[in-house]
Every structure is written in structure tokens, then in C-alpha cells.
Design a protein around this ligand. Structure first.
Ligand code: PLP
Length: 294
């Protein structure tokens, strides 16, 4: 399905699969639409925590242990927003193997950052597991790989049996993606991948600057992002929680970041920095925050 961005796939998948009494397992902190859609649907949100691990990665055994008879859907976001954490193929292999034992659980794999992985690592897509295809939804799109967020172009792959239902939802809501965006999307796919590679080289340089700069700040600890363009430091060592730290950054340093709790209640000690900004601005922001912290 060609969708107006990644978000409609979340909205439609959860509308279709969830209902009161059903359980949906999802990452926390994670992209906030998932939890809000689960709550809206009346299903029970069953979060799996990423903060227990120093690199903010999920534990596949923990995820499998959360599955019950009522579980209908598992959401996996890899690489993850807001943590920038990336889980490698061996971990996804383990999770996929475990999921074979639970045929009543559908999987929504959010792979929107699939082209934004560092250190030459391979993207462990759920397309690798043919045994799961009849209950697998993969979400991806143009927003991140081609920096086309405003064009509203996304795609998702659905199990064949769900196609009549998703078609009905699409026809009754957005009809189609506007035609100029579709042509732009085709041009992006037909064009060279060189600009993506160049963009990733630049993102990698920014990632190293922000990772080092944040760890040099007193009271701030940050793991190295493995994918996407977010750094998710713990800031409680400054004497402020994430919300206090973000407000101070905004009002005293003029730097806009997001408190961790925007992505899940447990992330109270964290904040998210997006490094979709120039190296110069990242350095300037770090200097201003250093000054603010004295
Ligand atoms: C994990 C994740 N999935 C999906 C999306 C939504 O992308 P889109 O702008 O294409 O709706 C985002 C956007 O930030 C995201 O971080």
C-alpha cells in the first residue's frame, strides 16, 4: 500500500487488529503514536522497556515473555525513535524464531529508518522470515531515507488476507496519495542512491560530534546511536529531570529538544536530541548548553 506517510499504517493496523480486551506489546520509549493509538482503540498497552540496557536496546526474551493468549500485535521499531538504538540481525533472528510459537500474534515492524544505519551494519528486516509473512506488516517510506517527510509518502506491506480490509480503510479515508508526491516518490526510487550515502556520511559525522559533545557535558551520559538521527542522553546527573532540562535548554540556551517522557512515562531522566541539523548548529547548541550548565 502506498500511504500518505508512515503514520496511516500505524493508525490502520491498530484500528484493524485492536479491540477492548486485546493486548498490544510495544517499545517504551518509542514513537508516541503507537501508545496513543493503542489507548484510543481500547486495547491494553503492554510496553517493553528499552532503558534497562546501556545501549537502549530491547531484550527479545523479555518481549517473548510478555506474550499471553490475549496478545494480538507486537510492535517492533528498529532503529528506534527516540533512542537511536539499533538491534542487530542475531537478535531479530532470535525474536522471529520465538514468534513462530505464537501464531496468534501479528507483527508490525516499523522499518522507517532502514536506510539509516551506521558502521556498515546490515538492516535485519522482518522480510527475512517467510514463516511470519501471513501475519506481518512492514512499515517503511520516503520520509527518512529520502528526507521527504513533507511530501507525505509512505509504504507498507500487508498479509494478503488483510489487503481487502486495508483497501477499504484507504478508500474511505485518504483515497490516494496526491499525484505530484507519487511522481516524486518514483523519481526518488529510480534515482541514484548516491545522495542517500552522502547524507549518511554527514549524519555519521554529526552523530560522532553530538555523542562526544553530550558525554563531555557534566552530568550527561549518552550511548552511541546505531541508527536514525537521534541521541537520547540521560540528564538526571545534572540535577534536573528530562522535562526540567529541556525547558532550561529552550529558555536559557535557545536549544529545542524533547523531554524523554514525550515518548513514554519511564523516560523521565532522558531527553531526545535530533541531529538533523548542520554540524555548525550542533556545535553551537552544545556550546550553549555547556555554558548553561556552567
Ligand atoms: C519510528 C517512526 N515511524 C514512523 C514515523 C512516521 O513517519 P511519517 O512522517 O512518514 O508519517 C516516524 C516519524 O518520525 C518514526 O520516527
Amino acid at each position: 500500500m502506498i500511504m500518505p506517510g508512515g503514520k496511516p499504517t500505524m493508525f490502520f493496523a491498530i484500528s484493524m487488529i485492536a479491540e477492548p480486551g486485546a493486548e498490544i506489546i510495544h517499545p517504551t520509549p518509542g514513537f508516541p503514536i503507537y501508545e496513543s493509538m493503542i489507548n484510543y482503540s481500547g486495547a491494553k498497552s503492554v510496553p517493553y522497556d528499552l532503558l534497562g540496557d546501556k545501549d537502549l536496546k530491547f531484550d527479545p526474551e523479555k518481549i517473548l515473555s510478555l506474550i499471553t493468549d490475549k496478545t494480538r500485535l507486537l510492535v517492533v521499531i528498529n532503529p528506534n525513535n527516540p533512542t537511536g538504538s539499533f538491534v542487530e540481525k542475531s537478535v531479530i533472528d532470535f525474536l522471529a524464531e520465538g514468534l513462530k510459537k505464537f501464531p496468534h500474534v501479528a507483527i508490525l515492524s516499523d522499518e522507517i529508518y532502514s536506510r539509516q544505519i551506521y558502521d556498515n551494519k546490515e538492516m535485519p528486516t522482518f522480510f527475512n522470515y517467510p514463516e511470519l509473512q501471513d501475519r506481518l506488516i512492514v512499515l517503511d517510506g520516503w520520509s527518512k531515507a529520502y528526507a521527504m517527510t513533507g511530501w507525505r509518502m509512505g509504504w507498507s506491506v500487508w498479509p494478503e488476507k488483510l489487503i481487502p480490509h486495508i483497501t477499504k480503510l484507504a478508500i474511505n479515508s485518504f483515497s490516494c496519495v496526491n499525484v505530484p508526491s507519487q511522481f516524486a516518490g518514483i523519481a526518488a526510487l529510480d534515482g541514484s542512491d548516491e545522495p542517500i550515502m552522502e547524507m549518511m556520511k554527514e549524519f555519521d559525522a554529526r552523530r560522532r560530534i553530538i555523542h562526544k559533545g553530550l558525554n563531555d557535558l557534566p552530568g550527561v551520559e549518552c550511548s552511541l546511536p546505531g541508527g536514525a538521527f537521534y541521541a537520547f542522553p540521560k540528564v538526571i546527573g545534572t540535577g534536573m529531570n528530562g522535562s526540567e532540562f529541556s525547558k532550561k535548554c529552550m529558555h536559557e540556551a535557545g536549544v529545542a529538544i524533547v523531554p524523554g517522557t514525550a515518548f513514554g512515562k519511564s523516560a523521565i531522566d532522558y531527553v531526545r536530541f535530533s541531529f538533523a541539523a548542520s554540524q555548525e548548529n550542533i556545535k553551537k547548541a552544545l556550546e550553549k548548553i555547556a555554558k548553561m550548565l556552567g
